[in-house]
Every structure is written in C-alpha cells, then in structure tokens.
Design a protein around this ligand. Structure first.
Ligand SMILES: [Zn+2]
Ligand SMILES: [Zn+2]
Length: 202
C-alpha cells in the first residue's frame, strides 16, 4: 500500500471525525488495520471483499471500520467478545487472513500514565492539562508509526462466515412489531419477539 504522509493524515483525520475524538485506542486500531492490509497485500484503491473479526469492541474498532470498509451494518464485521486487542482481516476470495495482536505490555508508558492522572485530577492546573495534550499527541503519533515491536502480525487462513442472509419478517402477536424469523419465538402457540417472550404476566 502506497501511503504518503498527506494521505495518511487525511485518513486519520476522517477516522477521528468518525470516532469523535483522537485517542491512543483509535490509533491502535488504525495502525493494526493498516499493517494487516499491508500484510494481505491489499490495494485499497480496489474494493476488495474483506471480512474483519475483532476481539474487543473498543475505540480501535472504529478505525478498523474506516480503513477496511468492514462494518457492522454490512455484515462483514464480526465481534468475538474475548476482551483482547486482536484484529483479524480476511480476504473473501482466497480466505487469506492476517491476524494482528497488540503485544502485551508493549504500549505501557508509566510517564504518560502519570501525566494523564495529574491532568485529570481535581487540582489539575492549565499547565498540567496542556502538558497532557502534548503527551497525548506524541503517544498517538508513536502508535501510528509503530511496527513489529508493538504488533504481532501473523498470516493465516480463515474460513469466513457466509454473507448475511435476508430473512422473512414475522409479526409479534403481543407488541405488533416485526421480528426477523430466526429470532422469533413461540409462546402459547403464537409468534412473539424475544422481549415479549421474556415478559411474563402480560
Ligand atoms: Zn476513543
Ligand atoms: Zn413483541
């Protein structure tokens, strides 16, 4: 992937706009996605069919969505609730995948932690806050240019789930709202949605 600083900045800024703020977590997901796309040999000018599997649902996932085009709404973003800073990107046509994991402890920075604590304490001065903004910028920039010392990058092959099926919508006999067929339940012989199934005594 050819990516000069100018393009990168624009893409990063767009990502910050999408996410709402610039934070180290967002930078982590941004860099992880960038490295994964590079390792896959994806040319971003071509709209390749990619699938992403994320193992956390924190800030970084927003960056991954921006860079890979894998989104929750398109059904090509899968969330495995494992609490790990791991992102896997798969190319649908050949199942080639790249798994990027943030190395444990590699981003721990006690100085940054202390600066942040000072700036967010009740007695923080304007100077403490300015100092923190400066340190935050530095930290984000260092993550955005990090390499294998932070990210463990492995090529793998992964079978990806089929594209989202379109299901029939049934009507819940209790609330009257529509519900996708596989999520509908039967209660006393009538179709109900899951929230209505759970509400006894109605
Ligand atoms: Zn954030
Ligand atoms: Zn209902």
């Amino acid at each position: 992937m050819v990516n000069n600083m100018c393009d990168k900045k624009t893409l990063w800024e767009k990502t910050v706009d999408f996410h709402g703020h610039a934070c180290p977590g967002l930078a982590m997901g941004f860099r992880a996605a960038e490295l994964a796309l590079d390792a896959l040999g994806c040319d971003r000018s071509v709209d390749e069919e990619l699938v992403a599997v994320v193992e956390n649902n924190a800030c970084g996932v927003d960056a991954l969505q921006m860079l890979t085009g894998c989104t929750f709404g398109k059904g090509n973003l899968f969330f495995r609730d494992l609490g790990k800073t791991v992102y896997t990107i798969v190319r649908r046509k050949d199942n080639n995948a790249v798994r990027v994991a943030v190395r444990y402890g590699s981003t721990f920075d006690p100085d940054f932690k202390a600066i942040k604590e000072r700036a967010t304490s009740v007695s923080a001065s304007q100077q403490d806050k300015a100092h923190y903004q400066e340190a935050l910028k530095k930290r984000i920039n260092s993550i955005l240019s990090a390499g294998p010392e932070v990210f463990d990058i492995k090529k793998t092959v992964l079978e990806v789930p089929e594209t989202a099926s379109i299901y029939q919508t049934l009507q819940c006999s209790e609330c009257g709202e529509g519900v996708m067929e596989p999520r509908a339940r039967i209660k006393n012989g009538r179709v109900v949605c899951m929230p209505c199934e759970g509400e006894s005594g109605r």
